[in-house]
Design a protein around this ligand. Structure first.
Ligand code: ADP
Ligand code: MG
Length: 694
């Protein structure tokens, strides 16, 4: 249970004075709907009233606070729509205060002639004279303190003003309870960090550009808190999972040797390295939870397969889960000959199996007549019982978050788990997303791959592209045509794809197919199947092809509106071609003019095919939140921390969390107790719940 001291922070923002349902919707859009969302939304700029020039010095266009004497009022003649003016001066010059739709009685009271006043607002020059239109503040010098010198400005949304947001945030801050320090005191001293409450106060009271920086002391302290909560949660989850001990799986190597002999190629040293790490994990009694990261085409499947054979050698069963039916079938196709050579019994189970066939397979799984099962997520249904499942491989699961990984292996026996992803992730990010796993990387591609000729082509040369496509199809080769990703609207995206379908159909007739996200899984699979066996030459798709279908005969990848895709996504898509021995190309169609960032992105893609390098650049250009483009990518979204700027803090938080989990795994010391609160503060209830009651 969340400690009750945090309850005020997890209340709905409508609990704040002045925030009704309408305003709550707007604030919800800009920051979030709970009080805690406001306190963790940092200001993005500030209003600075500390510039105190004389009238002569006051610079055009700058926000200034000036001390003046009111000389005289100059109201507009009756019936004229002119502004009301008040002329004032100091010892260096004069200026005009300008008011539209003014109420004379109010102005006479606020600015009595002959009196000294402090006014704050934007200085403008108009026809050679200085003026200030509608000062933000008009004060008697005795009340100067009533004017804040600095005011934070928060992210806004249409209909939400800076003042309203500022007031709501100030109210939210009042609800921040005083919390027991969770940072190590020596560490905090060394960093000269303020307490949590002080840091919050400072974050929301910037008094200059330095205070808005990602490197301000307050920002760093709070970012560290957030990263620490993230790392602690991941390590606790990992520990809870590891506690259920797996068995030590040690095969005699006989099947693996036979499979290797049947392979038409030699493993790369990167593949061997990954295989060694996986085998070591399997051979230990601790439960394995490992991720293999490797670019598209780097040869992850064979590594996973050899590891599965190790389990079979040890008298156990293994399962390989693919994200789609068609990928499961492709795995079956490519692995069946190797399984045969090795003497392992391979089977496939998907949602498409008819009743009788399914029952038969289930029976053979239960009595151990199947060694390796390939399938979709259907293989993890409750009704499926293995005789001795010891090893599970999940392919292409970059859409899986920690939660899914957790739930997947929480029920039933606890097999060793190997996750494979083709999305290379920058080191820093990998720690935040996959910190609950060990990671192996395959950084090298099999020899002999031809580079994909990558070009950026403006949309107005579409006809040339179609010409080229005609030549490709005439040669009996195939092409992918990926249609623009429209994040706001699936429908617009669909229309664009269908329009392109009609267009290309007029060129290529029946040899064009289309797949998109709105189709049912089996419809999609049917089209993919026809592409795979060559009935279709040009496959139009929204990004559903991203997840690794194999068509060695495909030599052209055309991506429409490439500027709208993330770099990593483009790289993934490009990885669909260049798998056979023919030269291949990737055409990035864009709508000119390209912005600076888009240009830089397309250039990186042309310059390299190294997915890890591309991922680092993607992170640099887009910022951490965006790297995979999609919210469902399983990546944590940080609100205070920025992993590009706070990489060192992340490393320190990792070490800190590791040390805590080793020393105080149940978080029951004083610091441990405080850290529990931290977990809840950052909504890591999932991890906190793994702890025994404190
Ligand atoms: P991915 O990592 O994208 O899943 P795959 O495992 O599908 O890649 O491998 C891509 C292709 O490369 C397959 O056709 C596979 O047979 C081949 N391959 C894998 N390893 C090697 C290797 N060491 N040498 C040559 N070809 C290889
Ligand atoms: Mg693969």
């Amino acid at each position: 249970m969340r400690p009750s001291i945090l309850n005020p922070l997890f209340a709905d923002i409508t609990a704040l004075p002045g925030v009704g349902p309408k305003l709550a919707t707007l604030i919800g859009r800009a920051a979030g709907s709970r009080v805690v969302d406001l306190i963790f939304t940092a200001p993005i700029s500030l209003v600075d009233r500390s510039y105190r020039p004389t009238l002569a010095e006051a610079e055009n266009g700058r926000l200034a606070t000036v001390k003046i004497v009111v000389d005289r009022h100059d109201p507009p003649p009756k019936g004229r729509k002119l502004p009301y003016k008040v002329i004032c001066s100091d010892s260096t010059g004069w200026a005009t205060l300008v008011f539209f739709h003014a109420r004379a009685d109010y102005l006479l009271k606020a600015l009595p002639e002959g009196q000294v006043r402090i006014v704050s607002g934007k200085i403008e020059e108009y026809k050679g004279a200085k003026q200030m239109t509608h000062p933000d503040y008009i004060l008697d010098p005795e009340n100067e303190g009533a004017m804040p010198l600095y005011e934070p400005v928060y992210p806004l949304t249409a209909g939400l003003t800076a003042n309203v947001m500022r007031r709501a945030t100030a109210e939210a801050l009042k609800r921040a309870p005083t919390l027991v320090e969770w940072l190590d005191s020596a560490h905090r001293r060394q960093e000269k960090w303020q307490s949590w409450n002080e840091a919050l106060a400072d974050l929301h009271a910037p008094a200059g550009a330095n205070d808005l920086s990602l490197h301000s002391s307050a920002r760093c302290r709070l970012a560290y808190d957030e990263l620490l909560a993230n790392q602690l949660a991941l390590l606790l989850i990992r520990r809870a999972r590891g506690k259920a001990r797996g068995l030590a799986i040690k095969g005699d190597g006989a099947m693996r040797r036979k499979a290797l002999l049947a392979l038409p190629f030699k493993l790369t040293s990167a593949q061997k390295g990954a295989l060694r790490e996986v085998s070591e994990d399997m051979g230990s009694a601790d439960r394995m939870v490992r991720l293999i990261q490797g670019d598209v085409g780097s040869g992850k499947t064979i590594v996973a397969f050899l590891a599965m054979l190790a389990a079979v050698e040890a008298g156990r069963q293994a399962a390989l889960m693919a994200p789609t039916e068609i990928l499961a079938r492709q795995h079956l196709e490519s692995l069946a000959p190797l399984a045969k050579a090795a003497g392992a019994r391979l089977e496939i189970l998907t949602g498409r199996d008819k009743r009788a066939a399914r029952d038969d397979k289930l029976a053979r799984l239960a009595n151990g007549a199947i060694d390796i099962l390939i399938g979709t997520h259907a293989i993890f249904q409750e009704s499926i019982a293995f005789k001795a499942l010891a090893f599970v491989v999940i392919d292409e699961q970059h859409r899986f978050g920690v939660h899914q990984r957790m739930s997947l292996t929480q029920k039933g026996p606890r097999p060793d788990l190997l996750v494979m992803t083709a999305t290379p992730i920058p080191r820093t990010l990998a720690l935040t997303a996959y910190g609950d796993m060990d990671v192996s990387q395959i950084t090298e591609k099999p020899p002999g791959r031809k580079p994909v000729d990558t070009r950026a082509v403006p949309l107005d040369r579409l006809d040339d592209v179609v010409q080229g496509l005609r030549r490709t199809v005439a040669k009996g080769e195939q092409a992918y045509w990926v249609c623009p990703l429209v994040e706001e609207s699936e429908l617009v995206e669909l229309t664009a794809a269908e329009d392109r379908f009609e267009h290309l159909k007029s060129e290529f007739g029946d040899r064009v197919g289309i797949v998109h996200g709105r189709m049912k899984a089996d419809e999609k699979d049917a089209v993919m199947e026809r592409f795979h066996n060559g009935e279709i030459s040009v496959l139009i798709a929204t990004t559903v092809i991203e997840v690794g279908v194999n068509a060695p005969n495909a030599t052209i990848m055309i991506i429409e509106h490439a500027e709208r895709f993330g770099l990593a996504q483009l790289h993934q898509l490009r990885g669909r071609v260049g798998r056979g021995d023919k030269p291949s190309s990737c055409i990035l169609l864009y709508r000119p003019p390209l912005g600076e960032t888009a240009t830089a992105r397309l250039k990186i893609l042309r310059d390299t095919e190294d997915g890890f390098l591309i991922a680092e650049e993607d992170l640099r250009l887009r910022g951490a939140g965006d790297v995979l483009g999609a919210a469902q990518s399983g990546f944590p979204k940080f609100r205070i921390a920025d992993v590009t700027a706070h990489g060192d803090l992340l490393a320190a938080a990792r070490d800190d969390a590791k040390m805590m989990v080793e020393k105080d795994p149940n978080l029951s010391t004083d610091r441990g107790e405080a850290l529990r609160t931290l977990l809840y503060l950052f909504s890591r209830d999932d991890a906190a719940k793994l702890l025994a009651a404190g």
